[in-house]
Design a protein around this ligand. Structure first.
Ligand code: UDP
Length: 481
């Protein structure tokens, strides 16, 4: 008789930077641990080509079933209100989508456990109703997780705005956090984005356990501190077990578009470690002025590059977040400096749609990565041993950038001169040369290669991250039968 595989559900929030690592976790549960996984997807009336590309990948194993929740009509939720900020928008869509969650979970046969995401903790309430144990997969660093777990305590103790604190913020096990590195959601405690952020992080202790996308060797002090420091036991609820299970990144991606083939064929013709890859995640955009300076700095550096460029927005930030990966209807010629494409022809390649990031970073010709420091991008860079230029834009990226430069020593951060609103071309030229051909670049490259080895080891059978995940899933297999 064929024994049914244990069934669990995985439910990311709708950001692509969240969907990707959740999909990797789901694949692991199927391939390495013999589960049947229902992968629940929040959908809206605004289709996403990038999401479809990931969910229709032929690399998904047969026991991973994609289940789309009924689409949310975004216009009805947001009511054309342009003032609704990114996190609030995301949380409102999620709440609306989860109206159907209970019936979907019953329809798919009540999974034995549900793994959900930060900014989707509304799912805990539905799980409680159905007596399904709920786990949280927080797809960022251990340090940022420590910060989030600690935030309710800071919220109750700090009376002023965090950005007005005279000293950096001390979180046990983390380097002091400079207030200028705080994410936008935390810069004004009166706005809805802050309230949503606090709501979700205050609910982290309700999870049966928290998985994080990091590993013991990368952040030993922080992970030890989250697990052992008594200060983490008092905020205000005790913290559930925390398991580092990373780095979970895509091992392969479907290469089908013209852009994919163009990038890889072009890279094949370049010398080893000679190409700088520039991309600002799934949603990052620059202002027109900043994009112009970046182009001109790149040109001055005379280094080879692939640049996945986006149409600039009025201000820098997460301008393309909700249309991530859509093909740019505009010709980059219109918004890059006049003659740039012509002058850099042969030295650089500019693409304006979804780029095959993992394959580019894994290509031997790629020698540097100018990144917005989203945590998936950071992990992908480390796993492929590529040093970085840290150019944070939104979310926790400013903190990541500081940790990458000051704690890990694998990145350099360009400086903005006092009184300026953009980083100037000369500074961009300097950091690009530094990473691609300078002595500092060599040191960063050798350091990131060490981390690359430690990342590979963490996932080997019996080693730390593999063992962490195995421990929990074995518990699911036995205790939840
Ligand atoms: N990504 C990609 N091609 C693109 C843009 C993004 O493959 O053109 C992938 C990238 O490899 C990473 C994810 O999208 O896995 C972005 O996640 P990250 O945490 O770096 O940033 P976010 O988009 O969440 O800000």
């Amino acid at each position: 008789m064929k024994v049914a595989k244990p069934h669990v559900a995985v439910l990311p929030n709708m950001g692509l930077g969240h969907l990707i690592p959740h999909l990797e976790l789901a694949k692991r549960l199927v391939v390495h641990h013999g589960f049947h996984v229902s992968f629940l997807v929040i959908t809206t009336n605004e289709p996403s080509a990038a999401q479809d590309r990931l969910l229709c990948s032929p690399h998904l194993p047969p026991d991973l079933h994609i289940v789309r929740l009924p689409p949310v009509d975004v216009d009805k939720i947001i009511l054309d209100n342009d003032d609704v900020l990114v996190l609030t928008r995301l949380c409102l869509i999620t709440s609306e989508s989860f109206r159907s969650l209970k019936s979907v979970l019953i329809d798919i046969g009540k999974p034995k456990a549900l793994v959900t995401d930060l900014f989707a903790t509304q799912a805990f309430d539905v799980c409680k109703e159905l007596s399904i144990p709920a786990y949280l997969y927080s797809t960022t660093s251990a340090a940022f997780n420590a910060f989030m777990l600690y935030l309710p305590k800071l919220d109750s103790e700090v009376k002023c705005e965090f950005i007005d604190l005279p000293e950096p913020i001390q979180v046990p096990g983390c380097s002091p956090i400079r207030t200028e590195d705080l994410l936008d959601e935390l810069r004004n405690r009166k706005i809805d984005d802050y309230k949503w952020f606090l709501y979700h992080v205050s609910r982290l202790p309700l999870a049966s356990a928290i998985f994080i996308n990091s590993w013991e060797d990368l952040e030993p002090m922080t992970i030890k501190s989250i697990k052992e420091n008594p200060l983490f036991k008092q905020i205000p609820l005790p913290i559930p077990p925390v398991y580092p299970i990373g780095p979970l990144i895509r091992q392969e991606e479907t290469l089908s578009s013209t852009t994919d083939l163009e990038c890889l064929e072009w890279l094949d013709k370049q010398p080893p470690d000679s190409v700088l890859f520039l991309i600002f995640g799934s949603g990052g955009t620059l202002s027109f002025e900043q994009q112009t300076e970046l182009a001109l700095g790149l040109e001055l550096s005379q280094q080879r590059f692939i640049w996945a460029v986006r149409k600039p927005t009025d201000t820098a930030g997460a301008g393309a977040f909700f249309h991530a990966g859509e093909v740019n209807e505009n010709d980059p010629n219109v918004y890059l400096p006049q003659g740039f494409l012509k002058r850099t022809h042969g030295v650089g390649l500019v693409v304006s749609s979804w780029a095959p990031q993992v394959s580019v970073l894994g290509h031997p010709s790629t020698g540097g990565f100018l990144s917005h420091c989203g945590w998936n991008s950071v992990l992908e860079s480390i796993v492929h041993g590529v040093p970085m230029i840290a150019w944070p834009l939104y979310a926790e990226q400013r903190m990541n950038a500081t940790w990458l430069t000051e704690d890990f020593g694998i990145a350099v951060k360009p400086k903005m001169e006092a009184g300026e609103t953009v980083i100037r071309r000369e500074e961009i030229e300097r950091v690009v040369r530094m990473v691609m051909e300078g002595e500092e670049g060599k040191v960063m490259r050798s350091r990131v290669k060490e981390l690359k080895e430690s990342a590979a080891k963490a996932l080997e059978s019996e080693s730390c991250s593999y063992a962490s995940l195995s421990g929990v899933v074995n518990h699911w297999k036995t205790a939840l039968n």
